[in-house]
Design a protein around this ligand. Structure first.
Ligand code: PLP
Length: 468
């Protein structure tokens, strides 16, 4: 691949595989491509052998990859991750709290945030984003963070997601300032934002340069890198990078894949050197947006005739194409099915009133044209809705502070309308739509009628609800 540097990890692995060294070590496939074929990259899948460093104690070739990430993102200390942003978020939160500490979290956080809070039995105070008419969560307001902090005596951390799954960005700079006034660490789940510092539309709200203390970004979601690859950045001196590293080795596999790490290295090289590709990407998005101004019934969030200001967002990732269907009789799920069945276009997720197409710097002009043409054609055929109701705001289930042991002892009762109506149904599991994996209810929360109807409404629209 032409963007890879020939002193990078990939080529070192390739040339090592061409030596006569015989592997009496893991993995079990022994790089025997004669036996197994070359379709799987067995020839570069090794373990921590001489010359290839140790991710959890890096001082050689893997340290260089982390330093490359550090230089590219201009961070104080970067860590490459092979268990996705999930392990980075678990380590980030655990590294800045003690058992039972108080933290503030945006309610629309990913389940990994909830899991980290549950593991340390944290006292979590939630802040709620506004919700648009079509059901997209907006930016977290700095004021809501300030109010939540004022209500706590010793808040250790604030955790928000920016950008969200749908591309909504919050004012991280102001939020960071407010957190630091109260000595709270700001952790930003930036799983969907690894590409943003390299896009002109992504500078506003960039958490690394805006004062966040720990930032976790999935490379695999928006940049050319293999699934599970991520990077975490520890900034300034409020969060201790050594404590973060300590917890990373708790939550991350002790057998990190060299194939994944080589993919991270190549992704960093690509991102550094392929500026033209990013310019091309932005141009494609602008062309797409122009075409979408012809839509009459469907609407693209913050594109075409819609704007960031109209939605009240702080900023928005233009790479997320959120197709809103609330002006039509179609649901987002139905739209995504039409795109799949009639146009062979597979979207990322669908909700009752919108569907999400994720783009990246690797999309082709042909792919973008196919999506634009399909949407313009569907728009002509769909019926205008006679005024759908605005999507409800996020449920705010009442929370009972319980230990993990107490939660484990809750009865495993099925959630029924009668149970919800009783006002006494305490959830012993997470209930979330997947994707995106944002809990509607978490263990220890009371599911009342509002929560019950919300879940039923999602189910009826064809959204996949997970109870776990
Ligand atoms: C907002 C958000 N945070 C964190 C994650 C976890 O990221 P990863 O899949 O890289 O572990 C996801 C996954 O979809 C996500 O949407």
């Amino acid at each position: 691949m032409k963007y890879m540097k020939n002193d990078g990890l990939y080529y070192s692995l390739e040339s090592y595989s061409n030596t006569k060294a015989y592997p009496f070590h893991m993995p079990g496939h022994k790089r025997n491509t004669g036996l197994l074929g070359k379709a799987m990259p067995f020839n570069i899948d090794i373990t921590e052998i001489n010359g290839f460093d140790d991710l959890h104690n890096a001082d050689g070739i893997l340290k260089k990859v982390s330093e490359k990430a550090q230089a590219l993102y201009n961070s104080d200390r970067s860590f490459i991750l092979v268990n996705g942003s999930t392990c980075g978020i678990l380590a980030a939160i655990t590294s800045v709290v003690h058992r039972g500490s108080t933290v503030i979290a945006a309610r629309n956080c990913h389940k990994s945030v909830y899991n980290a809070c549950a593991l340390s039995e944290l006292d979590v105070r939630f802040v709620y984003p506004p919700v648009t008419k079509s059901g997209v969560c907006g930016s977290i307001s700095p004021e809501s963070i300030r109010c939540a902090l004022e209500e706590c005596s010793d808040p250790k951390a604030v955790i928000i997601t920016s950008p969200t799954y749908e591309g909504v960005i919050s004012d991280v700079e102001t939020i960071a300032r407010i957190c630091h006034e109260r000595n709270a660490v700001l952790i930003v789940d930036n799983a969907h934002g690894a590409h943003l510092p390299f896009c002109t539309f992504g500078k506003k709200g960039d958490p690394i340069s805006s004062g966040a203390d720990i930032v976790v970004s999935s490379l695999h979601k928006t940049l050319p890198a293999l699934t599970q690859t991520s990077v975490a950045h520890v900034m300034g001196d409020r969060a201790d990078p050594e404590r973060f590293a300590k917890y990373l080795s708790v939550f991350e596999t002790s057998s990190p894949s060299y194939v994944l790490m080589a993919s991270i290295d190549a992704c960093l090289d690509f991102t550094k050197s392929c500026k033209k590709q990013f310019a091309y990407y932005e141009n494609e998005l602008s062309e797409f947006s122009k075409k979408m101004s012809k839509l009459e019934k469907l609407k693209i969030l913050c594109a075409g005739n819609d704007t960031i200001e109209k939605n009240g967002f702080y900023s928005f990732d233009r790479g997320k194409i959120v197709i809103e269907t609330d002006g039509t009789t179609l649901s987002g799920v139905e739209l995504s099915e039409i795109l799949r069945d009639e146009y062979s276009l597979e979207l990322e997720m669908a909700y009752p009133n919108y569907a999400l197409a994720m783009t990246s710097v690797c999309d082709t002009a042909d792919g973008m044209k196919r999506l634009a043409d399909a949407l313009l054609e569907i728009d002509k055929k769909v019926t205008r809705s006679k005024g759908k109701q605005a999507f409800p705001s996020l449920p705010k289930p009442m929370r009972i502070r319980m230990t993990n042991a107490e939660i484990d002892m809750l009865p495993d009762l099925e959630l029924t309308r009668e149970q919800a109506a009783s006002g006494r149904y305490i959830s012993h599991k997470y209930i979330y739509a997947y994707p995106p994996g944002v809990p509607i209810a978490a263990p220890g929360e009371i599911i009342g009628m509002f929560e019950y109807e919300y879940i039923e409404m999602l189910k009826k629209s064809g959204v996949n609800i997970v109870v776990k």
